[in-house]
Design a protein around this ligand. Structure first.
Ligand SMILES: Cc1ncc(COP(=O)(O)O)c(C=O)c1O
Length: 376
């Protein structure tokens, strides 16, 4: 039986040759390839881009570089990967989970407003699935309340909002290049911002806080006599990772197009089914990272049975995500309730999506999903 994977890395000879080139040169750390990849990303976004070890580290460093830490609070939708929460709590700050908008499944700023305290310093909108919702409203809310905006754009590489590429505007935007993202560098991530103070600080933070080491590393040198003024981390990207990222960026237009076409096909095949609700996303602008549907009347147990049935047909599915306010580490019994997240979470199901998926695969997934939902 053929296995239809939920997601996968899509690599070719180009990435393999690029990695072999780095291995042959025997300079694996942060050097020429990272510098080149950052240059390409800076051209792509028309803004300073700094590469780090993963998307989680990107968010952590962005929060820290804003001077946010112990005693501070950061607003974030509960419906996100635990990575977003861990990135915030790693700085000492408290992630404050918020409810979501029932249509877009993005942070509900009216709900966020109710959770603001004197300690609130930032909001982290999560571009769930690759869409961005009403981002203008998030920025309006942040301006009104004097907050920094750190966009978790792990899902949204390539997405366009009102004619502008995500990352090319706004405060601070963090991307992930993990193995299954819209582009991958194996693991990896980057921070894009026009705030020079923040980007300079992040460049030091990713190299253990060693001041101004990046330029030396890019010319094959390093600092021997240096000062450190803050807690840093060993979070820089390596040349091996950047070599993969450079090749992926070249292929991105084709891969993005494929993702969009497959998502549009899912929309077309599923939108006429009463029990299945598709998410409102405009795939002329959104590059989808994952394809999520809502299935009316599901609960966690029934969803597991549905997943088992699809799995028997060789179809992998996923759940994005277990709400963070339900996790022991982040549970707060005094918090306001999360009615929309609580209602919607058990109904969410993620269907396979990656550039190696075929039109026939999508047709098969839709046929099996509809059949299974109808037989319930
Ligand atoms: C919404 C979201 N934020 C952050 C991350 C963290 O990215 P990384 O896996 O590169 O650390 C992910 C990764 O899956 C994610 O899905």
């Amino acid at each position: 039986m053929k296995l239809i994977r939920l997601s996968k890395s899509c690599l070719g000879e180009e990435e393999k040759n690029a990695v072999m080139g780095v291995l042959d040169r025997e300079y694996l750390g942060i050097g020429a390839e990272v510098s080149t990849f950052e240059g390409l990303l800076t051209d792509y976004f028309k803004r300073e881009s700094t590469c780090v070890v993963n998307g989680t580290g990107a968010i952590q460093l962005a929060v820290q570089a804003c001077g946010i830490g112990a005693g501070d609070e950061v607003l974030i939708p509960s419906l996100t990967y635990v990575a977003s929460f861990q990135a915030i709590s790693a700085t000492g700050a408290k992630p404050v989970p918020c409810d979501i908008d029932p249509q877009t499944l993005m942070i509900d700023v009216d709900d966020a407003q109710k959770r603001i305290t004197k300690r609130t310093k930032a909001i982290v909108p999560v571009h769930y699935t690759g869409g961005v919702g009403d981002l203008d409203n998030v920025y309006k809310f942040a301006t009104t309340n004097g907050l920094r905006v750190i966009e978790d754009a792990a899902h949204a590489f390539g997405t366009v909002y009102k004619g502008k590429r995500i990352g090319s505007f706004g405060d601070i935007v963090c991307f992930s290049f993990d193995g299954i993202k819209n582009i991958t560098s194996g693991e990896g991530g980057c921070i894009v911002t026009a705030d020079n103070v923040v980007s300079e600080r992040i460049k030091d933070l990713r190299l253990l806080g060693v001041e101004k080491d990046t330029e030396k590393r890019y010319s094959g040198k390093r600092s021997w006599d240096f000062d450190v003024q803050m807690q840093g981390w060993r979070y820089h990207m390596s040349n091996v990772m950047a070599a993969i990222g450079i090749e992926q960026l070249k292929k991105f237009p084709l891969m993005a197009d494929k993702r969009k076409r497959l998502a549009m096909q899912y929309d077309k095949l599923l939108s006429n089914h009463l029990g299945i609700q598709i998410l409102p996303r405009n795939y002329y602008e959104v590059v989808p990272h994952i394809y999520v549907v809502r299935i009316a009347g599901l609960n966690v147990e029934r969803r597991m049975l549905l997943q088992d049935t699809l799995s028997e047909q060789g179809i992998q599915t996923g759940i994005h995500y277990k709400p963070n306010h339900e996790l022991t580490f982040y549970k707060d019994d005094t918090a306001l309730p999360f009615p929309i997240t609580t209602l919607i979470y058990p109904e969410l199901l993620t269907l396979p999506l990656h550039p190696d998926l075929s039109v026939e695969d999508v047709e098969f997934v839709c046929k099996m999903l509809k059949r299974t939902v109808d037989e319930r």
